[in-house]
Structure formats: structure tokens, C-alpha cells
Design a protein around this ligand. Structure first.
Ligand code: ADP
Length: 503
């Protein structure tokens, strides 16, 4: 059964009970009211009739006395007429008296009347006979019968009065019943609503609370949490779905943990391998340094000897040899720098130096070495810069030689110097092959080279920018690149004038 059905059914039940109770109340009060009204109107009628009867009786008695003392025959006519009216009134009374007691009393009254009439007739006859003795006796009997008849009429009147009182009592009883019924219905409603509250709580609030607790537990990573709601409604389905989700998550989590463990082992292996590689690079570059230095010394000795002997052929070869030895030496220096950076042991000789002179010297040497490119400098650093001059020269050498290397068709490399409040920015601009947007971040990584088919011709190891970025970082400065493919690149280095927090 759905939750809405589970909630609506008890409410419908409650509504049905309320409608039944109020309909019953309406019908009951209506019927009772009709009954009471009827009884009251009957009683009123009986009162009218009995009053009339009492009046007629009094009038008849008066007429009889009057006849006795005045001997007036009209009195007898009145008595006779009153008798007829009496009969009509009694007949009418039958219509309005409905209870057994009332009927009995009426019958008693009716029974008392013929003897009264007989006694009255005998009394009239005795008066007409003139026999005083007979008259006294007849008068005495008439008196008794009259009292008896009067008493039974009084009984009837009393009874009627009582029935009016009974109607009043019925009315009070009815009001009391309505009040009691209303109170009972109210109590029933309160109990029902309390039960309904607990019922709705048990089918709705309790499971929802359980589900949200379980969801929180699962979200917190406890995948063993399971719900025990088995109802066939939406919440039961939700609990089932949540349980199967927890099952799946547990499985995924287990797989993920295995994967993480596998990757961690792989990373550990790679790290060990990297460490081995770094060790090898460090040892190899150190070991290479001495023979290369010796080679350079011997080459210079040979060069001097050849100069003495004026042997131009030897001199040419020795010059080329010196160039290659220099390249090798630079390479070894770079490799050594990498190992120094890796081990966090790159010492910086910090002092204030003149950046303008540095850049002018680099430009001059470069202009002599690379006749196809001209280095143009715009602007001047406002003040001296605090840093390791050799290292900064190394950075700009690298940036300028890259600018020349990667712009084979261009003529110029421009250097712009811009001052800020606490720092200076040197931008090296070339008009060469440029760098793809997605490559621009990666070129500062160790050994990263943009190796496209058309760039395979540019020699290099992908370590210059890595070392430059590390040097600038350790000076508390920044280095970044803006470049557009086939239009050129701008490498900007910002250095603080004053000692910065050296890393
Ligand atoms: P490399 O010895 O390869 O030049 P770098 O670390 O100096 O090593 O440069 C890394 C890569 O960045 C280069 O291989 C090159 O693809 C790209 N690069 C550096 N400077 C420039 C530039 N001025 N123009 C275009 N590409 C450049």
C-alpha cells in the first residue's frame, strides 16, 4: 500500500465516523424535538379540555343548586346541554391522551360520570317529589358521586400537568445527551488523533529518520549500515534502494582500496626508480665533470701549441672541439643543478646587483654569437635587485637563447624592463614558433619538451625552463609565459627589489 493511501484511509475513516455521529445527532434531536413538541401540544389541548370540563362541572353544580332553590327549569336545560358538551369533550380527550396511565385515568373519570348523572337525576326527581327525606338522601348520594367524579377529573388534570413536566424533563435529558455525546465524540477524536499521530509517526517519521541516519552513515563512509524497513510502500522501496546502493558502494570502495594500494605500490616503485635515476644522474654528472674539465685544459694547451706553430687547420678543429666541450660542460652544469634542486641544496649567493648591466652584457655577447638575431632592450630597472647575480644571468641566458633558438626566421628578440612599486619585470619577447595554450603550463616541468614533428629539429633536453623557474621561485619572484602559436612568445620574470622571503 502506498504512503498516501496509508494516511488517507484513517482520515476517511475519521471523517465517516464524524459524518455518522453528526447525522445521528441531527436526526435524533429533530425526532426528539418533534416528539416533545407533539407531547406539549397534546398536553396543552388536554389542559384546555379538562379546564372546560371542570368549568362545565362547576356550572352544572351551580345550575342544580339554583334549580333547588329557585325551581327554575332553565337550570335543568343547562344541565342537560352541559351533559352533551361533556360527552363531546370527553370524546375529544381520547384523541390527545395517548399513554396507558392517561387512558386509565380517563376511563376512571368516565366511569365516575354515569353514577354522578344517575345521582343527579335521582336528586332532581326527589326535589320534584317534594319528599324532604328522599331529597336529603339523594342530595347526600349526589354529593358523594360529585366528589368522586371531581376527584377523578382532578387526577386527570394532575396527570396532564405531570406529562408537561415529563416533556420538560425529556427536553433537559435531550440537551444532556447531546452534551454527553459531543464530549464523547471530542474525547474519541482526541484519542483517535493521538493514535493517528503515532500511526503516521510510525509509518513516516520513524522510517524517514532511520533512512536519513543510514544515508548520513553511508555518506560518512560506513558502508556496512543496512536498513531494516520492509514495508511495501515508497519508503520500503527507498530503503531497499539505499541498501543495494550501500552494497554497491561497499564493493566499489573495496575495489577502489585495492586500486589505491596497487597505485601506491606503483608510486613507491616509481619513486625508488626516480631516486635511483637521480642518484645515477648526480654521480654521473659529478664523475663527468673532472674528465671534461681536464679535456678543456688539454684542449686549451693544444690550442696554444697550435697558435705557436701557426697551424690554421689544427686551430679550426681545436676551436670546434672547445665549443663542443663548452656545450658538454654546460650540460653537466645543468644536470648538476637539477640534482641540487631535487635535494634542496642550491646555494644562493644573495647580494644587491645591477640588473641593467647584466642584461646589457648578455645582449652584447648574444649579439656577437648569433649574428642573425638582434637583442633590443627597452627600459631600465629603477634600482638594484637583491639576488644571486650568476643565477639570474643563467635564467636570462636561458630565456634569450630559447628566444633565438625557437625563432629561426625572425630577426629581433626584444627585452622590456618595467618597474613596479617593489619589483621589476623583465619580459623577453620573440617572434618565433610560439607555444600551444595547453602546453604553456607544462613547459616549466622537468624534462618537458614540446615535441611536435616540426619542432624535432630544435635540440635540447627540456631542463632550462625548469631550472630557471626554480631559481626565480627561490628569489621570491614569478615567471610566466604568454604565447600564440606561430606568432611568438613573451616570457616575463618579476623579481623583488628588496630581500624577499627566500624559499
Ligand atoms: P629546451 O632545452 O628543450 O629548450 P627548455 O626547458 O628551455 O628546454 O624549454 C622547454 C620547452 O619549452 C622547449 O622544448 C620548447 O618546446 C618550449 N620553449 C621554450 N622557450 C620557447 C620559446 N621561446 N618559443 C617556443 N617554445 C619554447
Amino acid at each position: 500500500m502506498t504512503i498516501s493511501a496509508k494516511i488517507i484511509i484513517p482520515f476517511m475513516f475519521l471523517l465517516a465516523i464524524l459524518v455518522a455521529v453528526f447525522t445521528y445527532l441531527l436526526v435524533y434531536t429533530n425526532r426528539s424535538q418533534q416528539l416533545i413538541d407533539h407531547q406539549i401540544s397534546d398536553a396543552r389541548k388536554v389542559t384546555e379540555l379538562t379546564t372546560e370540563l371542570a368549568q362545565l362541572r362547576a356550572q352544572s353544580q351551580l345550575s342544580l343548586f339554583s334549580y333547588r332553590f329557585n325551581n327554575n327549569d332553565t337550570n335543568l336545560a343547562v344541565i342537560a346541554r352541559n351533559r352533551t358538551i361533556n360527552d363531546h369533550l370527553i370524546a375529544a380527550l381520547h384523541t390527545y391522551i395517548k399513554t396507558e396511565t392517561g387512558k386509565e385515568l380517563l376511563a376512571g373519570f368516565e366511569k365516575s360520570r354515569p353514577p354522578l348523572q344517575d345521582a343527579r337525576a335521582r336528586f332532581i326527581r326527589a326535589m320534584q317529589s317534594g319528599d324532604e327525606q328522599l331529597m336529603k338522601k339523594a342530595y347526600y348520594i349526589w354529593q358523594i358521586q360529585a366528589d368522586y367524579s371531581g376527584a377523578s377529573l382532578q387526577d386527570l388534570i394532575n396527570y396532564n400537568f405531570l406529562s408537561v413536566q415529563r416533556s420538560e424533563l425529556m427536553y433537559k435529558d435531550l440537551s444532556l445527551r447531546i452534551v454527553l455525546l459531543t464530549i464523547s465524540v471530542a474525547i474519541f477524536m482526541i484519542i483517535f488523533i493521538i493514535l493517528l499521530f503515532f500511526y503516521i509517526r510510525s509509518i513516516l517519521t520513524v522510517p524517514i529518520r532511520e533512512i536519513s541516519f543510514a544515508a548520513r552513515m553511508i555518506a560518512a563512509g560506513d558502508f556496512d549500515t543496512r536498513l531494516t524497513i520492509h514495508s511495501r510502500d515508497e519508503l520500503g522501496q527507498l530503503a531497499g534502494n539505499l541498501n543495494s546502493m550501500a552494497d554497491k558502494l561497499k564493493q566499489y570502495y573495496k575495489n577502489l582500496q585495492n586500486e589505491v594500494r596497487r597505485k601506491e605500490a606503483e608510486i613507491r616503485r616509481n619513486k625508488a626508480f626516480e631516486a635511483q635515476k637521480d642518484d645515477f644522474m648526480s654521480i654521473a654528472s659529478h664523475e663527468l665533470r673532472t674528465p671534461v674539465t681536464s679535456l678543456k685544459v688539454f684542449a686549451q694547451l693544444l690550442y696554444k701549441q697550435a697558435e705557436k706553430e701557426q697551424d690554421s687547420g689544427y686551430l679550426r678543429y681545436l676551436h670546434k672541439m672547445d665549443e663542443q666541450i663548452n656545450k658538454l660542460s654546460n650540460l653537466i652544469t645543468d644536470l648538476l643543478d637539477i640534482t641540487r634542486i631535487q635535494s634542496g641544496k642550491m646555494p644562493l649567493n644573495m647580494k644587491l646587483f645591477d640588473l641593467n648591466t647584466c642584461l646589457a652584457d648578455i645582449a652584447e655577447v648574444s649579439n656577437q654569437l648569433h649574428k642573425n638575431h638582434t637583442i633590443l632592450i627597452s627600459g631600465k630597472a629603477r634600482q638594484r635587485v637583491y639576488g644571486d647575480e650568476d643565477r639570474i644571468v643563467q635564467v636570462f641566458n636561458n630565456l634569450i637563447s630559447n628566444a633565438i633558438k625557437y625563432s629561426p626566421g625572425a630577426e629581433n628578440v626584444r627585452i622590456f624592463i618595467a618597474n613596479h612599486r617593489d619589483s621589476v619585470t623583465v619580459s623577453v619577447q620573440d617572434f618565433g614558433i610560439g607555444i600551444d595554450k595547453k602546453e604553456q603550463k607544462k613547459i616549466f616541468d622537468r624534462f618537458y619538451r614540446v615535441t611536435k614533428k616540426d619542432e624535432a629539429t630544435f635540440p635540447g633536453l627540456g631542463i632550462g625552463l625548469y631550472i630557471s623557474a626554480e631559481i626565480i621561485k627561490r628569489h621570491g619572484g614569478t615567471i610566466n609565459v604568454k604565447s600564440e602559436k606561430n606568432k611568438g612568445s613573451v616570457f616575463s620574470v618579476t623579481l623583488p627589489f628588496q630581500p624577499a622571503k627566500i624559499r
